[in-house]
Ligand binder design. Structure first.
Ligand code: FAD
Length: 322
């Protein structure tokens, strides 16, 4: 049994699903599972962490933690961990986790396995699996030496457990010392899209260069809205200005691992596959039956997206209505 600390991620007063995945995996393995909750006015979220498997929630509140910064997070987390003696520290491989976990590893002088898609707990040790070479191979990572083992885990990789309303966590209030900071976030300006982010959505509908312009992406958005999905794009579509860069999936965009990925008019270049090949089910629509995307697709439709996407959207609507 390991002593596992999970850094809880939240935004706009809501915990992220990827945090629940980490809690579920740790507690299912019988570990002593702790959650760290940092922010301002966030203590109310502790109960939900308990329902997903946290036995103890360490709540660190401070005005300087209202907006996330890597500096403040690292200072506070390192301080809490110093006295706690964790075996393993986990965070989601989100932009936030990718930002502070390397800094935390350097501060603690320990190793970090990043972007893991599988974790195996063995006593106080973890073995992690992570895609390498743009997802063409998988590396198994073990930790050597003393000190906590740090890992970030790709969203949707472990699966979300069912919450158990009867479970409660012990809540420990931490006197959070952020230390002297060199940076301060004064304002967060939100993007205009009301859709989920591609890295967190359980369904992603993506379009490629074949959409021809940004207006035609409306049919991708329509399908995404029916499915409650995020909209993604290939780099060619982003470079052409059809979609903002935040939607780009791939090696130089975002890495996604949804339950369902629908690629519409995307060729399946290796750099695109690097960002989506770990999706649970891949559906490809392409007029070229030889397109490389079909090599990774579970289901393929050979045909014109301008005919097929609206048809599928109508069918999805009917299924949802019944
Ligand atoms: C260093 C580097 C990093 C890169 N990073 C990324 C990245 O992060 N993400 C990424 O996506 N790419 C990335 N790329 C670019 C990548 O190599 C491809 O150029 C890009 O993915 C192609 O996008 P696409 O599939 O939309 O366009 P295309 O390659 O032009 O393919 C369009 C596809 O649509 C099909 N099609 C056309 N019209 C229709 C229609 N009406 N109906 C159905 N199908 C149709 C065609 O058959 C074709 O397969 C990177 C490249 C480099 C060199």
């Amino acid at each position: 049994m390991a002593k596992v600390f999970i850094i809880a991620e939240h935004r706009d007063g809501r915990l992220k699903k990827s945090t629940f995945e980490l809690l579920g995996a740790s507690s299912a393995a019988g570990n002593e599972t702790h959650a760290l909750l940092l922010g301002e006015g966030v203590a109310g979220l502790a109960a939900e962490l308990g329902q997903y498997g946290a036995q103890k929630v360490h709540v660190a509140e401070n005005a300087a933690l209202k907006f996330y910064t890597a500096e403040a997070y690292t200072n506070v987390i390192a301080e809490i961990l110093k006295g706690a003696g964790p075996d393993i520290v986990l965070a989601s491989h989100t932009p936030t986790g990718r930002d502070f976990m390397p800094r935390l590893a350097a501060r603690l002088n320990v190793g970090l396995a990043s972007d893991c898609t599988q974790l195996t707990f063995e006593g106080t040790q973890i073995k992690a699996r992570r895609p390498v070479y743009s997802g063409k191979a998988t590396a198994e990572v073990e930790f050597l030496g003393a000190g906590p083992q740090l890992a970030t885990v790709r969203a949707n990789a472990l699966g979300i457990p069912k919450p158990d309303a009867s479970k409660t966590a012990e809540v420990l209030t931490v006197n959070a010392q952020v230390g002297s900071l060199k940076t301060k976030v004064t304002e967060v300006v939100k993007g205009s899209s009301g859709r989920p982010d591609v890295t967190e959505a359980s369904i992603v509908v993506s379009g490629g260069r074949s959409l021809k312009n940004s207006e035609n992406f409306k049919m991708i958005e329509d399908m995404a809205d029916v499915l409650g999905a995020a909209v993604g794009a290939s780099r060619a579509a982003v470079d052409a200005g059809y979609r903002p860069h935040r939607d780009q999936v791939g090696q130089t965009g975002k890495v996604v691992s949804p339950t369902l990925y629908i690629a519409c008019g995307i060729s399946g270049a290796i750099q695109h596959l690097a960002g989506m090949r770990t999706s649970k089910t891949i559906v490809a629509i392409n007029q070229d039956g030889e397109a490389p995307i079909f090599q990774v697709a579970d289901y393929g439709i050979v045909g014109d997206i301008f005919a097929i996407v609206p048809l599928l959207t109508e069918e999805f609507k009917k299924v949802k209505e019944h």
